[in-house]
Design a protein around this ligand. Structure first.
Ligand SMILES: NC(=O)c1ccc[n+]([C@@H]2O[C@H](COP(=O)([O-])OP(=O)(O)OC[C@H]3O[C@@H](n4cnc5c(N)ncnc54)[C@H](O)[C@@H]3O)[C@@H](O)[C@H]2O)c1
Ligand SMILES: O=C(O)C[C@H](O)C(=O)O
Length: 336
């Protein structure tokens, strides 16, 4: 291998999502078929054996792109020299919980990890937080890494974005690959706003296609408000109810999509990611909120200048208010 391997830290590597991620990363699906990877797996002591087992299986796959695997139970060692941090390690919610209920259980994980990233990660480090509540955990990690530019910290809302594509494809009758410019705004929670007002399918306006399919603009609006938005926003709870535990393979797949597009560029219109707000669309600066984004030259850029109607502005404001409440709660807990 002549190309220098990219170092990737995966926290919670012994858990469910970790297991679904590792083999796809080592197979080249994250960074493409020409980029070797070096994996640094982080677990708590109780999870180390599971991560070690995954490392043995990685070796047994003989992936040509896999340069090396290490297992750590120390965050500083796991983030040393890292180019990409996938912060998955955290407790998942169970039936009846909202993701915000995990703030106390999981918030304490992300300050020390932010400090470890600050201390030893590579200059080009990029972070995606998957562990819930993902937006606020990313806020905590970023706050503990003052030497790392804030735009390197993101949280995963690509799963919500992909869920929206899946629901639209079924209703509009267009393959997912032909749907563009859907957006998820706000928190990775039930208050998020999945927005199709600028979306197209096969080059045609999605709101117009929905109106044609469902019997007019009022019926389309009713479907969006009463079915599509809650179905996407509460899909995590639906998965927990049907499957008995929270999403794994779809979450891993969305994590791969997020990092792939961040590093290699978006190609089919926008996507969605939770990034540190620069004040766009009246989202207070510093909040980690989902926006429609494009990846340009390896950096997320919030899509500028979109027109938002009163309904959209209201829905975004509700989700942003929840993010502000979460920020205030972790501040009160001394985590920020
Ligand atoms: N943002 C999203 O779209 C999304 C989607 C699905 C799941 N999630 C979240 O991802 C997280 C992980 O889910 P899972 O199904 O893999 O859970 P899991 O319980 O199977 O695995 C979590 C792993 O994290 C480890 N861990 C705990 N604290 C750690 C720490 N401080 N450092 C390193 N590792 C640590 C645990 O030992 C465990 O092995 C949960 O918080 C879940 O809610 C987010
Ligand atoms: O909903 C959860 O708790 C897990 C995850 O965030 C999801 O959206 O599936």
């Amino acid at each position: 291998m002549s190309v220098k391997p990219v170092t990737i830290t995966i926290t919670g590597a012994g858990g469910q999502i970790g297991y679904a991620l590792l083999f796809r990363i080592a197979a080249g699906e994250l960074l493409g078929p020409d980029t070797p990877v070096r994996l640094q797996l982080l677990e708590i002591p109780q999870g180390v054996r599971a991560a070690e087992g995954a490392a043995l299986e990685l070796q047994d796959c003989a992936f040509p792109l896999l340069a090396h695997v290490d297992v750590h139970d120390d965050a500083e060692a796991a983030f040393r020299g890292t180019n990409l941090g996938l912060l998955v390690g955290a407790r998942p919610r169970t039936a009846g919980m909202e993701r915000g209920d995990l703030l106390v259980a999981n918030g304490g994980i992300f300050g020390p990890q932010g400090e470890a990233i600050n201390a030893g990660a590579a200059d080009d480090v990029r972070i995606v937080v998957v562990g819930n509540p993902a937006n606020t955990n990313a806020l905590i990690a970023a706050a503990h890494a003052p030497d790392v530019p804030a735009d390197r910290f993101t949280a995963l809302t690509r799963l919500d974005h992909n869920r929206a594509l899946g629901q639209l494809a079924t209703t509009v009758g267009t393959p997912v690959g032909e749907i563009r410019d859907v957006a998820i705004w706000g928190n990775h929670s039930a208050t998020q706003f999945p927005d199709v007002s600028h979306a197209t399918a096969g080059g045609q306006s999605v709101p117009a296609l929905l109106a044609a399919r469902l019997g007019g603009p009022d019926a389309a609006r009713e479907w969006l408000v009463d079915h599509f938005i809650p179905r996407v926003a509460k899909r995590g709870a639906e998965i927990i109810e049907v499957r008995g535990s929270s999403s794994v393979a779809s979450a891993a797949s969305a994590t791969i999509d997020h990092v792939h597009d961040w590093v290699l560029g978006t190609t089919n219109g926008w996507t969605s990611a939770a990034v540190v707000s620069d004040g766009s669309y009246d989202v207070p600066e510093g909040i980690v909120s989902s926006f429609p984004v494009e990846s340009v030259d390896g950096a997320w850029r919030i899509v500028p200048g979109l027109e938002l109607d009163a309904f959209a502005r209201h829905r975004i404001a509700v989700s942003v208010a929840e993010l502000e409440d979460e920020r205030d709660a972790v501040r009160a807990l001394g985590l920020l």
